[in-house]
Design a binder for this molecule. Structure first.
Ligand code: NAP
Length: 255
């Protein structure tokens, strides 16, 4: 018996990277999983690769988490196609890095829109169902960059915003049987960090090796590392934990 048998889990930005790793973990543990991503074809293709357990189903749904109408339509489709919603993982993300003096207003708005407004919109749409059924788990993906990172004024502000939002969700939704927590990853090997390597004109392997050297456990993280923490926080074992942010970073920010 899996920890998520009979549950419906939504993972935003689930077509690849941390989101796909997380969707895979929930599927392995018995959940039906909806992958939401910008591109419906990519979302459906990823949903088709999930290792579903008997009786579980998957859906791939195109949605832009920064757009209210798109989010409302996507959450309605999840409930219609998979029969409900019990866990929401707010993972979709983008970067538009630049030093402050070169950062455009558009790059600020885009990053805030996906990371911060996206979590607000998705959570607002899902909580209606959660409150009605007196059950729900929300796990938001923050970042070690919330603590400050050169070239990421927009991203770090959004990711610290996610932590504040998570605490407030914990306070407001706790009485309705809903837990809200965040996971703050350190360096995770995905297309997002590969793109950072390219921007810095570094070889991907060299960039990963440098990042591994910068933390006490001397390795980079993988989507599975984040998936394990998300699954724990979304499980009933974690029902006395809410409003928290768990850093999963190999100890990178210990000092
Ligand atoms: P990734 O490989 O770039 O995947 C992000 C996914 O989100 C992509 O499939 C992307 O779709 C999707 N997406 C982007 N904008 C969206 C929108 N408006 N609506 C719906 N989906 C959208 O990134 P990742 O490395 O797995 O990161 C996942 C999360 O972890 C992000 O929130 C990121 O900030 C956070 N994080 C990552 C790291 C790391 O080291 N990788 C560290 C800390 C935190 P497209 O491909 O169509 O753009």
């Amino acid at each position: 018996m899996g920890r998520f048998d009979g549950r419906v889990v939504v993972v935003t930005g689930g077509a690849r990277g941390i989101g796909f790793g997380t969707a895979t973990r929930f599927a392995e543990e018995g959940a039906s999983v909806a992958i939401l991503d910008l591109d419906e074809t990519a979302a459906s293709e990823a949903a088709g690769r999930l290792p579903l357990v008997d009786g579980a189903r998957a859906a791939g749904i195109g949605a832009d988490v920064s757009n209210g109408a798109s989010v409302e339509a996507a959450v309605s489709r999840v409930v219609e196609e998979l029969g409900g919603i019990h866990v929401l993982v707010n993972n979709a993300g983008i970067t538009r890095d630049n030093l402050l003096f070169k950062m455009s207003e558009d790059d600020w708005d885009l990053v805030m829109g996906v990371h911060l407004k996206g979590v607000f919109l998705m959570t607002k749409a899902a909580q209606k169902h959660f409150v009605e059924q007196k059950y729900g788990k929300i796990v938001n993906i923050s970042s070690v960059s919330a603590l400050g990172n050169r070239g990421q004024a927009n991203y770090s502000a959004a990711k610290m915003g996610v932590q504040g939002l998570t605490r407030t969700l914990g306070i407001e939704l706790g009485p309705f049987g809903i837990n809200a927590n965040a996971v703050a990853p350190g360096f995770i090997a995905t297309e997002m960090t590969d793109a950072t390597a390219a921007r810095l004109k570094m070889d991907v392997e060299e960039f990963r090796a440098l990042s591994a050297e910068a933390n006490p456990v001397k390795r980079v993280g993988f989507p599975e590392d984040i998936a394990a923490a998300v699954a724990f926080l979304a499980s009933d074992e974690a029902s006395y934990i809410t409003g928290q942010t768990l850093y999963v970073d190999g100890g990178a920010k210990l000092g």
